[in-house]
Structure formats: structure tokens, C-alpha cells
Design a protein. Structure first.
Length: 229
């Protein structure tokens, strides 16, 4: 019985620790996405998370550690959008082109509805560069992103094999000679650049209001799809 009580207390403490860490990460995500990582102090995070600064540092010894965990959290949120799609039997039955279309449309929806994600990743990239965070500290973060990479690269490969993706029928040498990885990263980075622009400074200049943000996203996705046919 004493052992059972001790184990129960241990589990309760562990669950409480996990809940506090999750609360800190969720709070930090909102603050960082809205204001930038460099503009928010650990004291502000502790205050908003309703814990002491000393407690915050027990969970995250540096701001860099916290920012990385928030980045992993942010990408895991996005993966939920994709998992609902690619785990379905309907998606598995799609041609490669249909799979790419479905995946790009998920990105399109995310850019519209998940502005905080795109703004956070923009600030995170800048923070990593400024603080000179070494790649080895980003391995866990990169593994999460790789899940999306593999989904889209597999769709490209399937499309080439089933003939639904011809990359413009080979009419453009640059596109025709590109690898699946090169095509994927070019598509992804283009979508991210637009998503970050629209999430952070969509109407910074008068010219930015010339085309509705949703229209820009839809146009880019369809330009990409046409280049894949």
C-alpha cells in the first residue's frame, strides 16, 4: 500500500509538471507569434503563465530551449491538419497529382486560418539566426518538419509513376530536371514566404491592398498545380 501511494503521488506530480510545461509553451506561442521572440522576456512569460520566474527556469533553462520547444509545438499543430487528410482511405486512393492538390489546399487553408503559426516560424528563424543556435539543437525540430516533407515527396513520386504529374510535360528544362526534393522545398518555401508576409505585414504598404490575401494564396497554389501537371 505505501508503495502504491508513493507511485500515485509520483504520477500526479509528473502530470502536473506536464500540464505546466504545456501551459508555458501555449502561452509563449501566443506571445512570441504576436510580438516576436526577442521582444518578450522570460519574466513576461512567467507572469502570463502564472508561475514564478524561478519555476520557469526549472522547466526551460534558457529562452532558446523554450523557443525550440514552442517551434516543435507549432509544427505539431500543423501536422494535425495533414494527418486528418493523408490517413484517410480516400487520400490513399488519389493519384499523385490529386494528393499534391489536396496537400497544397491544406496549406492554403492553414495560411488563412493559422496566421500565428506562420508569424511564429518567421520570428523563430530570425531568432535562430541571431542567436547562432547550432543545428544539433534543432534536430528534434527538424524531425517534426520531415514528417511533412515525406508526405509531399511521396505524393510527387507517386504522381510521376502514375503519370498524373509530368512537370509541364518536360517543356521546361529547369523544372523537368529538378528532383522531388528540389520541387518540394521550392513549393514549401514559396508558400511560407507568402504566408509569413500575409501574417506579419499584409497591409504595410498601400500596394499590398491591391490584391486580397486569400486571392494571392489561391493564385499561388493554382500556379504551382499547373506547373506539376
Amino acid at each position: 500500500m505505501p508503495m502504491q501511494a508513493a507511485e500515485k503521488r509520483r504520477l500526479e506530480q509528473e502530470n502536473l509538471r506536464k500540464e505546466r510545461i504545456r501551459g508555458i509553451i501555449e502561452c509563449s506561442f501566443g506571445l512570441f507569434a504576436e510580438n516576436g521572440i526577442e521582444n518578450i522576456s522570460m519574466s513576461e512569460i512567467a507572469e502570463q503563465s502564472e508561475i514564478g520566474v524561478a519555476s520557469l527556469y526549472r522547466y526551460f533553462s534558457t529562452k532558446e530551449d523554450l523557443a525550440i520547444e514552442v517551434a516543435i509545438y507549432a509544427w505539431n499543430l500543423e501536422l494535425k491538419f495533414f494527418s486528418e487528410l493523408f490517413d484517410s482511405e480516400q487520400y490513399k486512393a488519389f493519384s499523385g497529382f490529386e494528393q499534391m492538390k489536396a496537400l497544397l489546399e491544406v496549406f492554403e487553408e492553414a495560411i488563412i486560418s493559422q496566421r500565428s503559426f506562420f508569424s511564429y516560424i518567421y520570428y523563430f528563424d530570425s531568432f535562430v539566426k541571431k542567436e547562432k543556435i547550432v543545428p544539433s539543437r534543432l534536430e528534434k525540430y527538424e524531425q517534426v518538419i520531415s514528417s511533412v516533407n515525406n508526405i509531399m515527396i511521396n505524393a510527387l513520386d507517386k504522381g510521376k509513376k502514375d503519370g498524373s504529374i509530368t512537370l509541364g510535360g518536360g517543356r521546361n528544362d529547369v523544372i523537368a530536371s529538378a528532383s522531388d526534393e528540389e520541387i518540394y522545398f521550392t513549393l514549401l518555401h514559396s508558400l511560407f514566404c507568402l504566408g509569413q508576409k500575409l501574417s506579419i505585414s499584409a497591409e504595410l504598404l498601400a500596394m499590398d491592398r491591391a490584391v486580397e490575401p486569400n486571392k494571392q494564396i489561391r493564385l499561388l497554389v493554382n500556379i504551382m498545380l499547373e506547373s506539376l501537371r
